[in-house]
Design a protein around this ligand. Structure first.
Ligand code: F6R
Length: 242
């Protein structure tokens, strides 16, 4: 696992955007996977600006969404669908046929998860997965206690995830469960780019990077991933001891 520490959120976002662009430049058919949340907003903004300036070509890549709220219509502001389409796919000119996201409105969760697993296998696995970290150490909706062997699954969300999740919606939205790629798929991605910014993430970043590798801190599994790159600003890195 590599660590990179940046002075501020802007330089962190710029470096993260560069890594995505470089991945697609080297491999135009790259298979990418994106999280939502507050952390990658700056990365996505810079990715769009840089992609335009460099005339980057995303027409052959394929994109997965990392997770989705169960039972929230996809067009609603705050879903992974809505955010990824508006903040990323449309501005980059990525077509619907190049994207596979969880259907949070499915009435057959097992079939939906099988469909996701099958699609990832069909595409030959994920080249670059961009993720954030929850205050409880989650990646996607892999909450503390999740088995590292799981593929796509549904997950009861923890209190802290439910509380921070409400901030993504523009009106109170009932949420209880999520659909998520599992830690087996995070661990299998060739590169996992984990982003963290702000003092609020400093304690969990220290545990994830320097504490024991344990299901209680799902992000700690990245310590054993040779292709993991953790990009942090100084505030998020402030409690690291090494
Ligand atoms: C969202 C996701 C979540 C977030 C995490 C951090 O798609 O996968 O795991 O990455 O909760 O959220 P922010 O970035 O809002 O602090």
């Amino acid at each position: 696992m590599q660590r990179q520490i940046f002075d501020d959120y802007e330089s962190l976002s710029s470096a993260a955007a560069d890594l995505v662009l470089e991945t697609v430049r080297q491999n135009p058919g790259a298979v990418l996977c994106f999280a939502t949340g507050n952390t990658p907003v700056g990365t996505y903004r810079q990715l769009i600006e840089k992609a335009r300036a460099r005339q980057a070509d995303f027409s052959q890549c394929f994109c997965f969404g990392l997770d989705e709220w169960v039972g929230v219509p996809p067009e609603k502001s705050g879903t992974c669908h809505q955010i990824l389409h508006e903040q990323l796919f449309k501005p980059l000119g990525i077509r619907g046929t190049q994207v596979h996201l969880f259907d949070g409105m499915t009435d057959d969760i097992s079939a939906e998860c099988r469909r996701m697993n099958e699609m990832i296998r069909q595409k030959g696995g994920i080249d670059l997965m961009l993720v954030g970290i929850g205050l409880n150490g989650h990646i996607g909706f892999n909450e503390p206690g999740c088995s590292p062997e799981l593929e796509a699954h549904d997950q009861e969300l923890h209190e802290s995830t439910l509380a921070s999740g409400q901030h993504y919606f523009n009106e109170p939205t009932p949420i209880a469960k999520g659909l998520t790629l599992g830690l087996a798929q995070v661990r299998a991605a060739r590169t996992v780019l984990l982003l963290a910014n702000g003092a609020g993430k400093a304690s969990i970043i220290q545990k994830a990077l320097e504490g024991p590798v344990t299901p209680e801190v799902p992000a700690s599994h990245l310590q054993q991933h040779e292709g993991a790159v953790v990009m942090m600003d100084k505030a998020a890195a402030a409690q690291l001891t090494q």
